[in-house]
Design a protein around this ligand. Sequence first.
Ligand SMILES: *[C@@H]1O[C@H](CO)[C@@H](O)[C@H](O)[C@H]1NC(C)=O
Length: 251
Amino acid sequence: MGAGRYLLAALLALLHYDLARGVAPLLCSSTICAINPTLNTIILEKPYCFYTSSSPVTVALYVARNSAESNKLELTNTYYTTDRGRSAPYVAATFKNPVCAGDPTTADIGEYVYRVGDNENCFNLKFCNGPLLNNTAYRFLYAFYDTSNVLLYQSSWSAPITTKQGKNPSSIDTWPGARSGGMIVLTSILSVLMFLLLAGLVAAVITSLMTQTKELEPTRHESRSTHVPQKSEGAAPSLSGSERYSTNPQP
Ligand SMILES: *[C@@H]1O[C@H](CO)[C@@H](O)[C@H](O)[C@H]1NC(C)=O
């Protein structure tokens, strides 16, 4: 019986753990948000149906670098006081808890998602949603507060999401049309092939010209050879004996 009770307790603990970790901020899916994340921004789905309540609830979006020193939630933490989320999570924005109803459509995409890092200039804003660092992992959390800023519920931290890597400006090729290594190799091969083709063409032309002149020569030989036997017959007696019986045929 004792073991059964322990098992039940363990199961309940697991269930509680699952419920507590059930929801976390999600990256806006690629079917809706085409380019996400970018160098300085990450688009998240708003917390639909994370926390339902009839009384007014405010959602605070916390942003922290994955390597942040602290995970403590403070509504007063800002982009600047936390060194862009390096020391602790900061509040990037607050908005009304979205109404949990049906599937959001692409028509209300602005309502459905939130772009973190969108605010280039936010010196006078209470919550600064300043640009994120490139090639840096961030984590996000939604916290739900009542009108007197009492924490009602908080989601889990999202999985780390990394912004795109920026290119060093001096390494960017400014020539028109970027050329890759493969392209250079292909061009070289094509150049060599082109040269071989041209050389072959020239050789073919020269050979055909030479065979044309050779084809003319045998007719001249034939006309001459018809004459030669008559001449050699007449000249035969003048040949010496050794010449006459030599194994080499006379021309
Ligand atoms: C990317 O981040 C590095 C380091 O923080 C910075 O030096 C570089 O200028 C950034 N690149 C761009 C394109 O923002």
